[in-house]
Design a protein around this ligand. Structure first.
Ligand code: SF4
Length: 395
């Protein structure tokens, strides 16, 4: 693989964030323009209670209905939204709640995202697991009964090249039935390579769809290039990956606008690639090492619930993950309403699952829900729901 395809160190705050750099695939998609122009044209203030009622009365929602559900006018209808979201979830997913855990195999990062603990200027302990260490982590996680794994790295092509990630995925395949990755955006041929290695789904957080705001938050590294990131899910689908995940980091910018763009992005790609399995994550900002003042501002739990319910009602088939960034009680409520996937036994540090590895590298952010796999399993059952370890069979 062309591991050095993009020289992140040459991308600084002087680099135009809207211009593709050498080595970055430009697939010429029209989806980005449509997402951004419709997001910019949205006026959430214009929606009324009547618009919200109309949206909730429809079987299939338009993007405009979705915007109505995200608006301030929908906030008093949160109970009705939760009830409709719950009905959609049970109709499409039954009582199932998918369990998984993230495994961070490296925390080196070439990017300067000012809100993240892994950013290249933050003085933290950096580490990268070798294949023996990764296997120890995999065995420790598999012993908990989990069968789905999300592999993560910081975003460093030089320290965590695609070949390293591919090797880790092949190893993970020995122990897990479903593998996702949350890594730096790749070119189409690189996604095809990871697909061959056994990756089932790719999640890329766009963080914010407001490109002006994006520019002020991403001051260096390849992540600064807004369109290369935004089109990552489409490149992954073109590379043969079956599932793609979308997220804005709520609280970075106007959360209604970002949630609208996230949903619209997924909706347009679903129409273009009907076979694609779509997933949403709903992360809010969290405090990081050396900056405990970072917080999600105006996105409190009720607003977050509004966003999650709007995603569910707009895209009823999509998987929705509820993060350990949220407290246990909130997570348990949300799986009873709209979320279909929950992480358990989570560590965002490096090498913390196996006792033999010892804690090698610092965490990306503070988690709020530190429950074990067994504890989350029981919490799901206590709600009359069914914990599911894997929802996919290779034949
Ligand atoms: S958000 Fe991702 S790319 Fe940015 S500093 Fe953190 S790990 Fe690196």
């Amino acid at each position: 693989m062309k591991d050095e395809v993009i020289g992140a160190r040459y991308i600084t705050r002087e680099t135009s964030h809207m211009e593709y750099q050498t080595g970055m695939d430009d697939i010429g998609s029209e989806v980005q323009d449509e997402v951004i122009s419709r997001m910019n044209a949205e006026e959430f203030d214009r929606y009324t209670a009547a618009d919200v009622r109309r949206a909730l009365g429809r079987d299939v929602l338009s993007p405009e209905d979705f915007a109505a559900l995200l608006s301030q006018a929908a906030f008093p209808f949160l109970e009705q939204m939760a009830s409709r979201a719950q009905a959609e979830t049970r109709k499409h997913f039954g009582n199932s709640v998918q369990m998984f855990t993230p495994l961070y195999i490296a925390n080196y990062c070439e990017n300067y995202c000012i809100y993240c603990g892994f950013n290249c200027h933050n003085k933290i302990r950096r580490a990268k697991l070798d294949m023996d260490e990764i296997e120890r982590e995999l065995k420790a996680i598999a012993a908990s009964g989990l069968q789905e794994l999300l592999l993560l790295t910081g975003e460093s092509r030089s320290m965590s090249p695609v070949s390293y990630i591919g090797e880790a995925v092949r190893l993970a395949r020995k122990y897990f039935r479903v593998i996702g990755v949350e890594i730096y955006p790749l070119n189409v041929d690189e996604y095809a390579y990871l697909h061959e290695c056994g990756v089932d789904y790719v999640t890329v957080f766009q963080e914010t769809y407001d490109s002006d705001k994006y520019e002020t938050l991403h001051l260096g590294g390849h992540k600064r290039i807004f369109p290369y990131r935004l089109n990552a899910q489409e490149r992954a689908l073109q590379g043969g990956i079956r599932g793609v995940g979308f997220a804005a980091l709520l609280g970075l910018s106007d959360f209604r606008r970002d949630a609208f763009a996230t949903g619209l992005h997924a909706y347009l790609l679903q129409r273009k690639y009907p076979h694609a399995e779509i997933a949403f994550s709903c992360p809010r900002l969290r405090p990081i090492i050396n900056n405990d003042k970072i917080n999600p501002k105006d996105v409190h739990e009720p607003q977050l619930l509004q966003v999650i319910c709007a995603y569910r009602i707009f895209m009823p088939f999509a998987s929705i993950t509820i993060s350990t960034r949220e407290r246990a009680g909130f997570r348990d409520n949300v799986i009873g309403i709209a979320a279909t996937k929950i992480s358990a036994g989570v560590s965002t540090g490096i090498g913390e699952h196996s006792e033999d590895n010892a804690d090698k590298g610092d965490a990306q952010f503070e988690i709020s829900d530190g429950r074990t796999v067994d504890e989350v399993y029981q919490a799901i059952e206590q709600q009359g729901l069914q914990p599911v370890m894997a929802d996919y069979l290779y034949v």
